[in-house]
Design a protein around this ligand. Structure first.
Ligand SMILES: O=P(O)(O)OC[C@H]1O[C@H](OP(=O)(O)OP(=O)(O)O)[C@H](O)[C@@H]1O
Ligand SMILES: O=c1cc[nH]c(=O)[nH]1
Ligand SMILES: [Mg+2]
Length: 209
């Protein structure tokens, strides 16, 4: 499917398996989410622009490369997206961070926005939206709607676990947004949870259940 990247790697597969396990507790869950995000970052940033710079090695001058990381804005969808920030920021320390708070209403499954705090200048930025779960896709579509109002240059969406329903909904509303997943699961259940999934990512990250 166009604009869908399922990142296949043995390290990602085994770490996703560990976060799926119901006995994986908060500390380990958090560390694994961060590690998977770092591994995904390699693929998500594959076509990032670099600038040539002249440097000097101990031997001679040469041309090196510099990531224009300050063009990049990471936007975690609160709460659970926060778990993906550290792993990516460790690799791109000069990326900026904006926050969008959206929760999914338990009964209607509709996204509810409660916070939006973005860097002052968003125009022409390349944005990576972070959220471990792409379920109905409602939360991601809402966050991307908000970002598009700011005339950003490009948007990528990185999620750990997705499902066909969420991918389809996202593609329908934002066909220009590339989706990166570490795993594509089977479906949504009657409560809107991804099957087999990993449960409620926010609760598992923050120990709130
Ligand atoms: O694709 P959707 O059907 O919109 O579901 C996915 C959303 O649900 C979860 O957030 P939740 O509403 O549980 O908020 P939380 O992160 O604060 O726990 C998850 O982190 C996504 O943001
Ligand atoms: O399976 C799901 C679906 C939505 N949100 C989650 O955290 N998990
Ligand atoms: Mg939650």
């Amino acid at each position: 499917m166009k604009n869908l990247h399922i990142i296949e790697h043995p390290l990602i597969k085994s770490k996703i398996t560990q976060i799926r396990r119901k006995e994986t507790a908060t500390k380990m869950f958090k560390e694994l989410v961060s590690e998977i995000s770092s591994l995904m970052c390699y693929e998500i940033t594959r076509d990032l622009e670099v600038e040539e710079i002249e440097i000097e090695t101990p031997v001679q001058k040469t041309i090196g490369y510099h990531i224009k990381g300050d063009d990049l804005v990471l936007v975690p969808i609160l709460r659970a997206g926060l778990g993906m920030i550290e792993g990516i920021q460790n690799l791109i320390p000069n990326a900026k961070t904006g926050h969008i708070g959206v929760y999914r209403d338990h009964d209607t499954l509709q996204p509810v926005e409660y916070l939006c705090k973005l860097p002052l200048l968003m125009e022409n930025r390349n944005v990576i939206v972070l959220d471990p779960m792409l379920a109905t896709g409602g939360s991601a579509v809402k966050a991307i709607d908000i970002l598009k109002e700011h005339n950003v240059k490009s948007i990528r969406l990185a999620c750990l676990v997705g499902c066909p329903e969420g991918v389809e909904f996202l593609h329908k509303h934002h066909p220009d947004v590339a989706i990166y997943l570490a795993a594509m699961d089977e479906k949504l259940n009657e409560n809107g949870y991804i099957v087999p999934g990993l449960g409620d990512a926010g609760d598992r990250l923050f120990g709130t259940q």
